[in-house]
Write a protein that binds this ligand. Structure first.
Ligand code: AMP
Length: 425
């Protein structure tokens, strides 16, 4: 079977790596892919913003399975378009992906279905924000409604700055694109957990939990990034918590979407805050996370392709996911200057030696292969990922491998997993 993977980051590299382990998979095609994926798949250029181009490519390639990595093609309706053409595709339809593509829709959906989340108001103009803001106590969270690549959330320390932030989102001075709606939210405190599940529209199968590090600086300081590292352990959720989240958050979400006529098939990524009141939904993503996927897939013992096909075919209830016990971690190496501007085209050295460290897989996020030489091609460049019996060991392996890798200005956080290590030395 030929598998087509849409995307070009570390998430898609990890998906390609996991898919390749299935014996029925004869070829993996990545579009557009990157320098790392080119080592295990055929890469074809495609613009992920161009629905017609992606559809053309899938029609030409006729894959037995298409996996959609990023949110943008989902928001354009790639799943609907491929399904209409009789192609098997893993991911939610455009209507179901609204759980991610509209924060206003997601919050109102959560409220309709009594699923725990912070208090909020969805506003269409500044006058509505000014009226709503009286009911919130600082800090106040202000969010753009649509996709914003992690940049659409502003935490404000006063009502006045919250109104100013909302204005900036409406007129487009903050994100470059004017927001149609803005969500005002109560600020939640606690530990954040990424709780990902597979769904076939009816049934929900949880993956192991993960915690990511979004800030660029050590100690979780500085500007937000796409993710500088992530780890996954069995102890991250106390006993019984997985079932609680399933019964009160993930299952009601899947059942609610089905009731509303937009059944959700694919990965439901619940971004949760573990508050004093219990877990509450911060956001949904309608796809695998990056870099969560890298850390999760190195722990997956069962077959990914079988699980994704069960999700497409509505057979998840009969499908079991098996995980290796212990832990995993992914540490991201980024270009100097990221998440601001950065240079690209810098040679990357030492990957061969780094890959020899036991338990380590190196997933490429922003690389390109030019004439036999691997070069940097993005802000996040590599995700050095390791699995082991304990988090300490997984981190030691990832950092041992990282020490072998070099490119000009390479930066990585040396404190991935610090919260878990502090709690359980
Ligand atoms: P989102 O894109 O909605 O997940 O927001 C990105 C990040 O902003 C989250 O991972 C949190 O760290 C933070 N955030 C979002 N909403 C809230 C909230 N209501 N309270 C506290 N932090 C939040």
């Amino acid at each position: 079977m030929k598998v087509l993977i849409l995307g070009s980051g570390g998430r898609e590299h990890a998906l390609a790596w996991a898919v390749k382990r299935n014996e029925r998979v004869t070829e993996v095609v990545c579009a557009p892919g990157n320098g790392g994926m080119a080592q295990l798949a055929r890469c074809l250029p495609v613009n992920l913003k161009d629905l017609a181009a992606m559809v053309r490519l899938a029609e030409q390639e006729q894959p037995g399975l298409t996996i959609v990595g990023p949110e943008l093609p989902l928001s354009l309706g790639i799943v609907d378009a491929l399904q209409e053409r009789g192609l098997r595709v893993f991911g939610p339809t455009r209507a179901a992906a609204m759980l991610e593509t509209s924060k206003g829709f997601a919050k109102q959906f959560l409220q309709r279905h009594n699923i725990p989340t912070s208090n909020f108001a969805v506003c269409s103009n500044v006058a509505e924000v000014e009226k709503a803001i009286d009911y919130f106590h600082p800090p106040i969270v202000v969010k753009a409604d649509g996709l914003a690549a992690g940049k659409g959330v502003i935490i404000c320390t006063s009502r006045a700055t919250a109104v100013e932030a909302a204005l900036g989102l409406f007129i487009g001075s903050l994100l470059g694109e004017a927001a149609q709606q803005v969500v005002i939210e109560e600020f939640l405190e606690g530990d954040e957990i990424s709780f990902l599940c597979l769904s076939d529209g009816k049934h929900v199968t949880p993956l192991v939990p993960a915690q990511d590090h979004k800030r660029i600086g050590e100690g979780d300081t500085g500007p937000n990034t796409g993710g500088m590292g992530v780890y996954s352990t069995d102890e991250m959720l106390e006993s019984g918590m997985t079932e609680w989240i399933l019964h009160h958050i993930a299952e009601p979400t899947i059942h609610g979407m089905a009731e509303e006529g937009a059944p959700f098939t694919g990965v439901l990524y619940c971004g949760l805050m573990m508050t004093a009141r219990g877990p509450e939904v911060l956001e949904f993503n309608a796809r695998f996370g990056d870099p969560e996927t890298q850390a999760l897939l190195v722990r997956l013992d069962s077959d990914l392709v079988e699980a994704l096909e069960a999700s497409i075919d509505g057979r998840l209830a009969e499908t079991e996911l098996r995980w290796s016990p212990g832990a995993s971690a992914c540490v991201v190496a980024s270009s100097a200057g990221y998440p601001g501007s950065y240079k690209t085209g810098l040679p990357i050295m030492g990957l061969g030696v780094a890959a020899q460290v036991p338990g380590v897989e190196i997933f490429h996020s922003g690389t390109v292969q030019v004439g036999g030489q691997l070069l940097t091609a993005g802000g996040r460049v590599l995700g050095v990922t390791a699995a082991a019996g304990s988090l300490k060991e997984a981190l030691a392996r990832a950092y041992q491998a990282m020490a072998e890798i070099h490119f000009e200005g390479m930066y990585y956080r040396r404190d991935i997993g610090h919260r878990a290590l502090k709690e359980k030395p």
